[in-house]
Design a protein around this ligand. Structure first.
Ligand SMILES: [Zn+2]
Length: 482
């Protein structure tokens, strides 16, 4: 096992969130959400000082089933209002007004832990789309204040931008960023901590579990993963990340389920089996894979070869850069993935086709590792042409500067064209045109030869230090000079 070496400064704030002064909120609605200790309900008050909307909307169909006692309060009257589906019509008013409603959390039972709504006795996870009724048609540049008033010792993890904590009140600035995308908030007996790294902060929360997880170790594990992400180009790719870790106590792997969500902000959610060993966690790939997805904007699911390719390539490269793997072992992992991809590539169907139908025909290996092979080919080509001045790291760094955090979906072609523009090359579109319509796994023979990657078996390589591209081979797994 390889223990990580400290390469980037990490500041871990104390357990209690800093008591930041909360700035006066800008013009816009002001939401206050109060939760009780048993998490039976949320009381929501949405106040509009001016421009009271004519209708509020919830994103998910189950919101109306959880809504109770919705009322419009003005200075001189209280009007009952009823939802129609996911719409709450408001009578026209000319004065400032507040909408009051309750959300029945008791009916959010413990569903499958991969679902967006889930509860245990001291915490609840719920998609804001199930309870947050907001003015329809809000632009993604609009922001407004949302305060949670919580029982003592409770906290809330959310994808929005956290302003601060003041006693029992935790304040967020909400954006309707990518409003159709999923999100999760967690409320309960835990603490949100801030892991500060160059370029941003990770707002990390670990829920309780049975058995209780080793909080010091899990914090060290996620910090190492976040530090690995920051070695792509010296900083985090997003300024503010919600990292929610839920111990579920079962599963064959340390992280039986991990995913990235983008609704309202950038988020990584990990469901872990806390019964497994520290060594198993430090050797696992899922944390760094999910974090690596933050290096790219949301790519449409039909082009998942590109998003999964970037994450599958970097899950190995970045772990080598922080010492979670030796460079040789990272190359072995990439090689084993490419071999699985080759075995999973039947003739007759293009990469574009299998990417579209991947979930149905479970062609994960073909899609993930074809994309990772294209990432390797692009990385080596850029490094060779520029004598090391350019790389996939520098291309993604330029993408960060121009286009992240992104508020929209990209196609694979669009992103490859943008990477060409940013690097002043044709490297990405040449690879795109060569492979997107091909029914063969990308041919890596020439790159293996150049880098000195000699195939020993389906899972092992021998590295030839005398190869013409040995320095490229070494530099891929090393922290880039900044
Ligand atoms: Zn992925």
């Amino acid at each position: 096992m390889y223990y990580p070496q400290i390469r980037l400064p990490v500041v871990l704030l104390a357990v209690h969130w800093l008591l930041l002064p909360i700035p006066a909120h800008a013009v816009g609605p002001h939401y206050t959400v109060t939760s009780d200790e048993r998490l039976e309900q949320l009381e929501v008050r949405a106040c509009f000082e001016s421009a009271v909307p004519t209708r509020l909307k919830a994103r998910l169909d189950d919101a109306s089933g959880l809504l109770r006692d919705a009322q419009l309060h003005t200075s001189d009257e209280v009007l009952e209002i009823e939802p129609r589906g996911t719409i709450l019509e408001l009578p026209p008013v000319s004065t400032p007004a507040c909408v009051h409603y309750r959300v029945d959390l008791e009916s959010v039972s413990k569903r499958h832990w991969r679902s967006n709504n889930w509860r245990r006795q001291d915490a609840i996870i719920i998609d804001p789309g199930s309870w947050l009724w907001i003015a329809e048609g809000r632009g993604s540049d609009e922001r407004w204040r949302l305060d949670f008033v919580l029982p003592a010792d409770y906290d809330v993890s959310a994808p929005w931008s956290r302003i601060g904590r003041n006693g029992r009140m935790v304040s967020y600035e909400v954006r309707t960023r990518m409003p159709q995308r999923e999100a999760r908030i967690a409320i309960g007996r835990f603490r949100v901590e801030s892991i500060e790294l160059p370029g941003g902060r990770v707002r990390y929360a670990l829920l309780s579990g049975t058995p209780e997880p080793d909080t010091d170790f899990i914090r060290q594990w996620v910090t190492t993963g976040a530090r690995a992400l920051a070695t792509a180009y010296g900083r985090l790719p997003v300024p503010d990340l919600q990292l929610l870790v839920v111990p579920v106590g079962h599963g064959d792997e340390p992280v039986p389920w991990g995913e990235v969500q983008r609704g309202g902000g950038d988020a990584v959610h990990l469901f872990i089996n806390q019964r497994l060993s520290e060594e198993a966690f430090m050797n696992d790939w899922v944390l760094v894979h999910e974090l690596s997805h933050l290096l790219h904007p949301v790519i449409i699911s039909d082009d998942r070869w590109l998003s999964e390719g970037i994450a599958s390539y970097y899950q190995n490269v970045l772990r080598a850069r922080v010492g979670l793997k030796s460079p040789e072992s990272a190359w072995n992992k990439l090689h084993a993935g490419f071999e699985r991809g080759i075995r999973g590539t039947p003739r007759g169907r293009s990469l574009a086709e299998v990417s579209e139908t991947m979930m149905r025909d479970r062609s994960f290996m073909r899609v993930y590792w074809s994309g990772a092979a294209i990432a390797l080919l692009a990385d080596v080509e850029l490094r060779r042409r520029s004598d090391g001045a350019q790389s996939l790291d520098t291309a993604l760094e330029a993408l960060h500067a121009c286009c992240l955090p992104a508020d929209r979906h990209w196609t694979g072609r669009e992103l490859m064209q943008e990477l060409d523009r940013l690097t002043g090359t044709r490297v990405f579109m040449e690879l795109y045109n060569e492979h997107i319509g091909s029914d063969e796994f990308p041919d890596l023979a020439a790159v293996y030869e150049e880098l000195g990657l000699e195939r020993v078996s389906t899972t092992r390589l021998r590295l030839d230090p005398e190869a013409s591209g040995a320095s490229i081979c070494a530099s891929i797994m090393a922290v880039p000079d900044s």
